[in-house]
Ligand binder design. Structure first.
Ligand code: GLU
Length: 309
């Protein structure tokens, strides 16, 4: 049997000389101030073992990884009705592209590109004030991670609120097509704040465990979603979780995954484990360079893949 702690340690060791590679997401000014020389890994198995290496307890901005959790909440609220407003196809475009949105009349390709996640935030906002919707998302993530200390990094939220011009454009564009029910600034308030949630690899791996375990949190025993819904969220992560780098990630890693421009990646090995990797330097598609390399090695060494042994 593979010793998972040895695997996690060996992946860390083999990549340690490359720590600092990649480019910080400097289009969000606050993220450009992060020390690029950080690298953490955490793996949580469905039977409750936790294995970590490197900076696994350092909090970072989860950014778009939060979109997995808001999607889960939105599906809980309106079920398959969500798919009238958001598609389920890979975009093949950058995460913040506006071109496709015009061609497709304001219906975003999938819930993980920015436009799709903004539409999802609009669903979570229904019946609430923006503050309440943000509170609900934070509470949900705390519940998933079983950790009440998880919080929003308000400097990051402010930084993106002040400079997120493209997201303002995407939101207004969708509103013009009738695909946002609330004022763009309210929806973006929810979106920027959930992207600014800070978590460590250990917390993130724990929070993702329901997707590895048929929709249930095996540690608390609590049911989060049905097993069918967990499967479908995993399918979306596999096809769309890395923007226009999704095909490459599926080819190299073979597991559903969701990246964020803070340098984190959450990957799911169904029936086995939830894995979080983090290093702030990004590749040309805006996905963590070292995080992707780490997950590729980890998948090779464990033999985990949704495509076979
Ligand atoms: N908050 C970021 C943005 O909207 C999220 C992008 C990402 O993590 O991919 O640009």
């Amino acid at each position: 049997m593979t010793d998972l702690q040895d695997v996690v340690d060996s992946v860390y060791q083999d990549l340690a000389s490359r720590i600092g590679e990649g480019k910080l997401a400097d289009y969000i000014p606050e993220l450009a101030t992060v020390d690029p020389k950080q690298f953490g890994l955490a793996l949580c198995t469905v039977d409750g073992q936790v294995h970590t290496s490197g900076d696994a307890d350092t909090s970072f901005s989860i950014q778009s990884i939060s979109k997995v959790f808001t999607l889960t909440l939105a599906l809980g609220k309106i079920g398959d009705g969500l798919w009238k407003r958001v598609g389920r196809e890979p975009s093949g475009n950058a995460f913040n592209s506006i071109v496709q949105l015009e061609q497709e009349k304001g219906k975003p390709r999938n819930p993980f590109i920015n436009a799709g996640a903004i539409a999802v935030a609009d669903v979570v906002l229904a019946g609430h004030l923006p503050k309440e919707a943000i509170g609900e998302i934070v509470q949900f993530i705390r519940y998933l991670a079983d950790d009440e200390t998880i919080a929003i990094d308000h400097d990051v939220a402010r930084s993106e609120t002040n400079t997120g011009y493209r997201n303002v454009a995407l939101a207004n564009f969708m509103r013009s097509f009738g695909n946002l029910n609330h004022p763009a600034e309210h929806v973006l308030g929810v979106y920027f704040h959930h992207c600014a949630i800070a978590m460590s690899c250990r917390q993130l791996a724990h929070a993702g465990l329901y997707l590895a375990s048929a929709g249930r949190n095996p540690l608390s025993g609590g049911s989060v979603v049905s097993s069918g819904r967990a499967r479908r969220i995993n399918a979306l992560m596999l096809m769309c979780g890395h923007y226009d780098g999704s095909g490459d990630f599926a080819y190299r890693v073979g597991l559903p995954g969701k990246s964020g421009v803070g340098g984190g990646i959450l990957a799911i090995a169904p029936g086995k484990a939830s894995i979080a990797a983090w290093s702030p330097g990004l590749n040309e598609n805006g996905n963590s360079l070292l995080g992707s390399a780490a997950l590729e090695l980890l998948a090779q060494r464990t033999g985990w893949s949704v495509f076979g042994q």
